[in-house]
Design a binder for this molecule. Sequence first.
Ligand code: ZN
Length: 230
Amino acid sequence: MAEWLGNGLQNRLQQFDSARHLLIAEAGRCSTAGFFSDMFNTDRVIQFTDIGEVTFHKSYRAKNYRIKVDGKGSVTVTVPLYGSWRTAVNFVKDNKKWILSKQAEKHNQPPKKSFSYEELKKLADEAYSYIPARITELSEKNNLPFASLRLSTARTRWGSCSFDNRISISIYTMLLPENLIDFILLHELTHTIHKNHQAGFHAKLNELTGGKEKELSKELRTVTRTLNLK
Ligand SMILES: [Zn+2]
């Protein structure tokens, strides 16, 4: 009996220890939502004819089923925590045509553009001399204060704004025309008051761009495609 108790205690200590490790691993994220989402997350991989392997990823945060085809044509489906695997599989079947067209598109894409050290240095220099001054100007003009600015070398996103208004802008924005750089800076500044991309966000950004949000966003998509950074 004593031994049984001992084992029980040992098991509990081991469980505690693995939870502690999880917690330490997650601490970097500093987010309760992140911690719980990972506790609930489980992935499943299913082989489909035509499409190939599809990874199903259960997410605590997802509200809808979502399909993503990455640069290599790999398919990931996000499944809401209380969603069903069967619905997820049917969702893939229903969207098979779209997935196959996306995969074909990725397959035919030229390789990502590469930059030499000198080219990168030039972009960084340009960004350092332009972005901080310009975002300060736009911030003051529109009364949208932000906490800090960081320049990044992100290729897949032009910018981001954290919950506490720390803005990050990619040095690759320097490849864009001035009006689109402004559009990106205004986008992130708008996030200082709207933390999502819902109607209020778009209304504000549209106001800041003199009613040109849709037009600029289309232009940015077109230019982004031709730059081939992702
Ligand atoms: Zn945004």
